[in-house]
Design a protein around this ligand. Structure first.
Ligand code: NCD
Length: 325
């Protein structure tokens, strides 16, 4: 199946489509997805039996570690009465260990299933998988430092749930802006709507590359790089905190130097926060948000973000597999 070009937006037509990047999305598609996500929440919350995906099998092919994305895709399929083939670490537990190519692996699992969800350590792998697949859609569950579209979809849904809009927002994104694929997809997603301002705070070496900075600006985002917590505006709608991506560093020493450059503490929240904001994090966190923050009602990372991740994946699968319109 073709890799989307810049202008290949879904335009509300999900059936049979690969989901590789937030660049495929437009307001119409997001509105449709969110409408179905609300219905999926109803199915899941009220333990309503659904057979929407009965007879469907979805392959989860995860070359990199995952808790939430793997778990929530699996749960999403099962909530809708479908089944999964679950392969974690194929480098060890499949013919990949014998040297099988990605292309061959994809051709095999498309014969067994109706969609393939793939996570890989190299940017571009989901697109390569989509080129190899002849019959089934590929969903990118995170490709190296590239993108993580379904995380951004749940992030956008969570923001929409709280503020009832996705435009005119003031966002603060903190941490590993260079390597954080969830950040890249979320920036792309926020650019679909007008007048969004994003404050970016990261260690010097983990800033957005210049080319990417101009790219998102051209898409219409008002991007502002800030140097320290002192520059965080008081009236932000959300703080999107992220982990420094240890696995992307060539040197552990370099990682250690920056891993805790920015820590969200109760003091910082008291100084720079406001009562209407939300605190987001794609998880896992490794010390950059102190546990004292968890009980604050503005913290949504262990609450609605987790649940929304399953609901949005239910809706996305239903749409891609043509079970809902
Ligand atoms: C993220 C990822 O894998 O990119 N996790 C997730 O899927 N929610 C974030 C991270 O690993 O830091």
């Amino acid at each position: 199946m073709p890799t989307p070009g810049k202008n290949d937006t879904l335009n509300g037509n999900f059936q049979g489509q690969d989901i590789l990047s937030l660049s495929q999305f437009d307001q119409k598609s997001l509105t449709k997805l969110f409408k179905h996500t609300l219905q999926m929440a109803d199915i899941a919350k009220n333990a309503k039996a659904s057979d929407l995906l009965k007879g469907n099998i979805v392959t989860l092919l995860f070359y990199e570690p995952s808790s939430r994305t793997f778990g929530s895709f699996g749960a999403a399929v099962k909530q809708l009465g479908g089944q999964t083939i679950e392969i974690q670490n194929p480098q060890q537990f499949s013919s990949v260990a014998k040297g099988e190519t990605l292309e061959d692996t994809i051709r095999v699992f498309e014969a067994y299933s109706d969609a393939i969800v793939i996570r890989h350590s190299e940017a571009g792998t989901a697109s390569n998988a989509a080129r190899a697949a002849e019959f089934v859609p590929i969903i990118n569950a995170g490709d190296g430092i590239g993108e993580h579209p379904t995380q951004a979809l749940l992030d956008l849904y969570t923001i929409y749930e709280k503020f009832g809009k996705l435009d005119n927002l003031k966002c603060v994104m903190v941490g590993d802006i260079l390597n954080g694929r969830t950040v890249h997809s979320l920036l792309q997603g926020l650019s679909i709507y007008k007048k969004n301002t994003i404050y970016l705070l990261s260690p010097e070496k983990l800033r957005l590359p210049k080319g990417d900075f101009s790219y998102y600006k051209e898409l219409g985002l008002n991007l502002i790089e800030i140097q320290s917590e002192k520059d965080i505006p008081h009236d932000a709608h959300l703080w999107y905190w992220t982990r420094v991506q240890k696995e992307r560093f060539a040197s552990l020493v370099e990682y250690e130097k920056v891993k805790h450059a920015f820590i969200l503490t109760p003091n910082l929240l008291a100084e720079k926060g406001n009562k209407h904001m939300i605190i987001m994090h794609p998880l896992p966190r490794v010390g950059e948000i102190l546990p004292e923050i968890d009980s604050d009602e503005r913290a949504v990372y262990l609450r609605s973000e987790i649940r929304n991740g399953m609901y949005i994946r239910m809706a996305l699968l239903g749409l891609i597999l043509g079970k809902i319109k």
